[in-house]
Design a protein. Sequence first.
Length: 319
Amino acid sequence: MKLNLYSSVGKCLALTLLILSNYIRSSAQYSETGSFWEGGVTVGPSNFLGDLGGNFGKGKPFLKDNNIQMTKLTYGAFIAYYPQEAFGFRLNANFGLLEGDDAIIVGKGDWEEQRKRRNSNFRSRFSEAILLTEVYPSVFFEYDETDTYHKFRPYGLFGVGVFRFNPQGTDPLTGKWVYLKPLHTEGEGWIAGRKEYSLIQFNIPMGFGIKYFLNDIMNLSLEVIHRRTFTDYIDDVSKRYVDPAIFYANLPLAQAQLAERVANKSGLVGGYVPFTPGKKRGAPENKDAYYSIGFKAAWRLFANSERRYRNSTRCPVRY
């Protein structure tokens, strides 16, 4: 699994860098157009797609189990390089919060009842750095691609990134948030075949957006970016319940008691018998994901000064 992870990320990174290097080399051929840089900020809602929470029926990856009420805010900043108008390469740093909770599930007598009975929750702050390739297909149909004044441009994007997370869950005894990884709630690192997960992981971002140019210098964008990840532990839930004895064999008493409380909260739901060791806790075949809707404001930097005087759609200034 780890080899597949690094292989996939490596191929995506290599492709991105190859495209970047090719267009940097070829940008000299576009001296009439000129390359340029952009810098800016982004802010908008984000949401988690994983084991916790969800909707009617069996849990599925992608948007089927999206919970709007778990939406949180993500913000960031970026710098982008455009060898020409049709292509760009952006380095984005983002920060935000992801959250999921089985308590919000509306039970209808199907698969979702088991997830609601699980009664787990989590939150995790995350930070990420993503390298994106932007493609603007409409540029190829424009009469003058340097004329951006009051123009809309749709675009697609893909890339590779790295992110850090650190899941917390509530202690049912105190109601306080506690960090889950040190508690080994599924016996990671203690049970054969269950390695400890890393809090730093790769992701594969992909999405689309539309950009609007207020003038030659400033533009606004609305974009959606989905991140596929290679971990199932953003919410600290993946495999099966473990025997609580394993906590007492590997942790100090107080920490072991805490681990037992947060690892299995199913007995706290009225009318249900707690899940026993070996019962399914998560779905390891479906890796966690998250997405964001970003509102971007960008300013062009270091642009070829001649660009600002070649706009064909505006009237000359009269003196």
